[in-house]
Write a protein of this length. Structure first.
Length: 39
């Protein structure tokens, strides 16, 4: 039986991993190029 709670937890882990990669990428970009990208 597929449980919705496990799906939400797995999706939450993928979202946290994606946010971590995005923050690593933003910190890698110089600050002068960072702010025009963020809307």
């Amino acid at each position: 039986m597929f449980k919705k709670r496990y799906f939400i937890l797995a999706l939450f882990k993928y979202v946290l991993l994606l946010l971590y990669i995005i923050m690593m990428f933003i910190s890698w970009i110089p600050a002068t190029y960072r702010f025009p990208i963020i809307f």
